[in-house]
Structures are given as structure tokens and as C-alpha cells.
Design a protein around this ligand. Structure first.
Ligand code: FEO
Length: 172
């Protein structure tokens, strides 16, 4: 049995993942309008991944015979100071998401909800990768500086990112 408190927190996490998708789509659009097509691609793929995070939680809540309550999604920022600021914002956001996942895990432990603890392990591991991916790009951006050929080199690298649908996410 999944408690109402855990269900509510999982619903909040669905909303947070959908907001993440919104945020990264906004960042993608900003990058595209700034002529950084590779950066736009990187954030577009990131937005797609966030949708799969929301679906993963949706599937879990549904599988536990609970109702997913979809709330309004806040509008994300639409203007950013620089390409570096995009990745600084993304890292700050991912750290917030990590804190939410950790809090959810703590509550699942307190509720002795072993199934949800096991389910959340995927997200605990995923957040390590999420923060690392953003940190890696941010470090390169800071090293190369903006307005240089270095930025275009990084942009070319970011153009190679491809969205891979998770094979274990096959719908409800
Ligand atoms: Fe779904 Fe980037 O955390």
C-alpha cells in the first residue's frame, strides 16, 4: 500500500520533471535564437529525457493503483544572460531536483515503503549522471570562454547528442 503522503510527493515529482522539460525546451529555444544549434540540440534532447522521467513516475503511480494528479506547470525563464548562464541555471536546477528525489527517498524509508524505495533508486543514480553531464559542459564553457572559437567547438560537440528512448519505458 502506498500512502497518500508518498503519492502526493510522487505527484509533485511528476510536476517537477514536466517543469524540467519546459525549462530545457525554453533554454533550447534561446540557444537556437542565438545561433547555437548544437546547444539547442543538447537542451532539446534534455527536455525529451525529462518527459521520460515524468512518464516513469506516472507509470509507477498508476501501477500502484493511485491517481496521478496533473497540476499547472510554471512558465520557465525565457531570457538568459549567456550560453554559460544556461548551463549554470541547468546545474542549479538539477541540484534542486536531486534534493527533491533525496527527500522523497527519505520519506519512503520513514513510511517503510520498500517498493517506492526500490523504484527511486533509478532516480538517485540518474541524478548523479544529470549533474555530471551539465557540470562537464559548464567546465568546458568556462575553460574556453565565450565569444571565442572554443564556444563553436563546444557547440559542435553538443550537436552530436541523440535522444535514446529508454527500452524499459513501454507505457502503462
Ligand atoms: Fe529529471 Fe534532470 O532530472
Amino acid at each position: 500500500m502506498i500512502t497518500k503522503q508518498i503519492t502526493d510527493l510522487l505527484n509533485q515529482q511528476v510536476n517537477a520533471e514536466l517543469y524540467s522539460a519546459y525549462l530545457y525546451l525554453s533554454m533550447s529555444s534561446y540557444a537556437s535564437s542565438a545561433g547555437l544549434k548544437g546547444t539547442a540540440n543538447w537542451f532539446f534532447v534534455q527536455s525529451q529525457e525529462e518527459m521520460t522521467h515524468a512518464w516513469r513516475i506516472y507509470n509507477y503511480v498508476t501501477s500502484r493503483s493511485q491517481h496521478v494528479i496533473l497540476e499547472s506547470i510554471d512558465g520557465p525563464p525565457v531570457a538568459f544572460e549567456s550560453p554559460t548562464a544556461l548551463f549554470e541555471g541547468a546545474l542549479e536546477h538539477e541540484r534542486k531536483v536531486t534534493a527533491m528525489i533525496n527527500n522523497l527517498s527519505n520519506e519512503a524509508v520513514t513510511a517503510k515503503d520498500h517498493a517506492t524505495q526500490v523504484f527511486l533508486q533509478w532516480f538517485v543514480t540518474e541524478q548523479i549522471e544529470e549533474e555530471e553531464n551539465v557540470s562537464d559542459v559548464l567546465a568546458k564553457m568556462k575553460l574556453c570562454g565565450e565569444g571565442s572559437g572554443g564556444l563553436l567547438l563546444i557547440d559542435n560537440e553538443l550537436a552530436t547528442r541523440v535522444f535514446v528512448p529508454p527500452p524499459d519505458l513501454t507505457g502503462v
